[in-house]
Design a protein around this ligand. Structure first.
Ligand code: ADP
Ligand code: MG
Length: 376
């Protein structure tokens, strides 16, 4: 049954959906969740949960038909299901057209290159000789990526030689995983630009964020990035152009590589709130989650201005021993905040994050590290 409040259905029930629900409360939005499992992060706290598989067309359609708006927690969603919801007049953001860029990294590379965006050199892999040809043109190591389905570094392999390439090709072909290869970029810094966009055109950027990855997993993000003003302006320009080119609705995150010569390349985009933007809950006037919902509904966007000079976000990653929820009473100091996702601890799993704000980066690091010590 439809209520008089706007009804947003979120497909997928990870921590991003959970933080969207948190943002939906003051907007008085009726949020519903399609969760694969009842103990998924967002399903644990959602006012209304339907159980179903986001990759199942039928599950999406029967869930989405009861909503005014549909948005996503992650990208592994049936495009056909979204298409048929659009046909039955449900508003879907990101649209299937936008989502395709994030679902298919090779399509993204090709279309961005054709549109004139700066991207690393790349080549689709079909046979071993494709590696030989690419390796002859560009030095080893090379970066190999799964065309679809990768996240948190799963689906990215940095390999040194043809022997490793052959092994990888055999393994991935057995698992039906398509590959492409790209130059191994000598990265000075990884940056992310978050853009909030309304389908009708209004668009705002957040301050450029600097991220630190280990083995493909985001460990930390700092805002604003410690880069020159001119690099920040170029990064933002790329972000805005990508948001317009992909016709984003809600948040689109553009991951960038900054090279030591000052060049910027696009790594990949996410057509939803992004780990690099979690600091916005505590560090900006309007969080990425609120602006995502606003964008999805084509409502006026909220200010992306920071409320302190610096904000630092550190992910709480699982180890086999630590369950951070046991440490809760220890958490607060005046300039830090803790966010737990209700997930069972597993090595490398994102269980929560902390944010520290401050007048300078050093102070934010000190506060964050103090809190992290309590959690470990
Ligand atoms: N071409 C590349 N050269 C060097 N490092 C890379 C390259 N591509 C990816 N990486 C590293 O691997 C991380 C994960 O790659 P990414 O394509 O963003 O995959 P995921 O979807 O898992 O986030 C990046 O943040 C970066 O640290
Ligand atoms: Mg990435």
């Amino acid at each position: 049954m439809k209520s008089t409040r706007p009804v947003i259905g979120i497909i997928g029930a990870g921590q991003l959906a959970r933080m969207m629900i948190q943002a939906a409360i003051p907007l008085n939005i009726d949020v519903r969740i399609l969760a694969k499992n009842p103990n998924d992060s967002a399903a644990l706290i959602a006012p209304s949960v339907e159980i179903g598989d986001p990759s199942d067309e039928k599950a999406i359609v029967s869930f989405g038909e009861k909503c005014d708006f549909i948005t996503l927690d992650h990208e592994l969603v049936s495009l056909a299901g979204l298409e048929s919801l659009l046909a039955s007049k449900v508003s879907v953001q990101p649209t299937p057209k936008t989502l395709r860029f994030a679902q298919d990294k090779l399509y993204q590379r090709k279309s961005f290159q054709a549109a004139g965006f700066p991207v690393p050199s790349f080549k689709k892999i079909q046979i071993l000789n494709d590696f030989v040809e690419f390796g002859d043109l560009h030095d080893w190591p090379i970066a190999v990526k799964a065309i679809t389905g990768g996240y948190d570094g799963r689906g990215v392999w940095i390999i040194d030689n043809l022997e490793a390439a052959e092994k990888l090709l055999t393994e991935t072909q057995g698992a039906d995983i398509g590959l492409y290869v790209e130059e191994h970029v000598k990265i000075e810094k990884e940056l992310a630009v978050l853009v909030a966009r309304r389908p009708s055109g209004q668009l705002l950027t957040y301050p450029v964020i600097e991220t630190r990855q280990e083995e493909g997993i985001c460990h930390e993000a700092i805002a604003p990035a410690q880069i020159s003003n001119s690099i920040a302006q170029r990064a933002k320009k790329i972000g805005i152009d990508v948001a317009e080119f992909t016709e984003a609705g809600g948040i689109v995150a553009i991951e960038l590589f900054l090279k030591s010569d000052g060049d910027i390349l696009i790594n990949e985009i996410a057509t939803r709130p992004h780990n690099s933007g979690h600091f916005t809950i505590d560090g900006t006037i309007t969080s990425q989650f609120e602006n995502h919902l606003r964008g999805v509904m084509d409502w006026p966007l909220g200010s992306t201005t920071m409320t302190s000079k610096f904000a630092l976000m550190i992910n709480i990653l699982g180890t086999s021993e630590v369950d951070p929820s046991n440490q809760l009473p220890l958490n607060h100091t005046t300039d830090t905040a803790i966010h737990l996702y209700g997930k069972i601890a597993r090595a490398g799993r994102k269980l929560g994050h902390i944010t520290a704000v401050g007048e300078n980066v050093e102070a934010a690091y000190r506060s964050a590290q103090e809190l992290m010590r309590h959690l470990q």
